[in-house]
Design a protein around this ligand. Structure first.
Ligand code: CP
Length: 315
């Protein structure tokens, strides 16, 4: 069924594992799409990791990118997001990658856009490709999700990464708990709270989050002593299980949610997450283009040193 890629709610555990497996294949095997395709990367919020890894994923698949800078576009003359997307669609866009600060930006577009839309971040609500790359990083490390203790620590209430990850990792069978300053907890959440001093001892995966100042309705002055009260200090890191890993979606505020030296500690997988993002985004692009009939299996060319160019079937 044709479905845009907007939320973790829209994908099953089986589909998630298939995407992780295909991302692992794409890392090992060069695949190009032998059809001219145009991607529109419409980012209305700052991004380093997500935008760049989508660009690299598109280029690795052989796609072309349409230029878009919101401040130089006709949105400055009053054009809406809806009309901007419809314009790109009319001009020949084959897939949209969109980030916007509105939690629900996708709702108005979903029924009216005839090519796939991939959510690259929606307000405080969803960041499904981030959750996939986090799941890929955990899967590489442990090979399973069932009953893994995963603690998400930080500004839970204002974080789309927390929301998408808690849903995805629970769906995969992990035990998700949350930690952090009381004002950052979301009273709507059913996930158990664990203080950081306990969290570091029980976690197989400790996922830290930055304080999302840009999403606070009023200034919450929690940064003073935040590391000592709620963050990963050197002393806390030393109490973690031998095999436990540390994740962070980035950008990191060194010395606030994590001691600066721990960003590149042995158990940190922070830069590995970013690297996984490229292959996860390739897998999502490929899946969506196939599902929407923009390409078929015959458009996928497998290339490697030994057997040259050949066609493959994909998941
Ligand atoms: N993790 C993440 O979404 O980072 P960027 O804001 O840099 O894309």
């Amino acid at each position: 069924m044709k479905k845009h890629f907007i939320s973790v709610e829209d994908i099953s555990a089986t589909e998630i594992i298939a995407l992780l497996d295909n991302a692992a294949t794409l890392r090992k095997q060069e695949i190009k799409i032998n059809k001219q395709l145009f991607a529109a990367n419409l980012f209305f919020e700052p991004s380093t990791r997500t935008k760049t890894s989508f660009l690299v994923a598109e280029k690795r698949l052989g796609m072309e990118q349409l230029d878009f800078q919101p401040e130089l576009s006709s949105m400055n003359k009053g054009e809406t997001l809806y009309d901007t997307v419809k314009t790109f669609e009319a001009i020949g866009t084959d897939v949209f990658i969109i980030r916007h600060n509105d939690d629900n930006w996708a709702e108005a577009l979903i029924p009216h856009v005839s090519v796939p839309i991939i959510n690259a971040g929606a307000g405080k609500k969803d960041h499904p490709t981030q959750s996939l790359l986090d799941a890929a990083t955990i899967y590489q490390e442990f090979g399973y999700f069932k009953d893994l203790n995963i603690v998400i620590a930080g500004d839970i209430k204002h974080s789309r990464v927390a929301h998408s990850n808690a849903q995805m990792l629970s769906k995969l069978g992990a035990k998700v708990q949350v930690s952090g300053a009381p004002e950052f907890m979301d009273e709507q959440w059913e996930y158990p709270y664990v203080p950081i001093d306990e969290a570091v001892e029980i976690a197989d995966v400790l996922m830290l989050l930055r304080i999302q100042h840009e999403r606070h309705e009023q200034d919450i002055s929690t940064t003073e002593n935040y590391l000592q009260l709620f963050g990963l200090t050197i002393e806390r890191e030393q109490r973690m299980k031998d095999r436990a890993i540390v994740l962070h979606p980035g950008p990191v505020n060194r010395g606030v949610e994590i001691d600066s030296t721990l960003v590149e500690a042995k158990r940190s997988r922070i830069f590995k997450q970013m690297n996984n993002g490229v292959f996860i985004r390739m897998a999502v692009l490929q899946k969506q283009l196939l599902k929407w009939g923009i390409i078929n299996e015959n458009h996928l060319e497998k290339r490697n040193e030994t057997c040259g160019r050949q066609q493959i079937r994909t998941v």
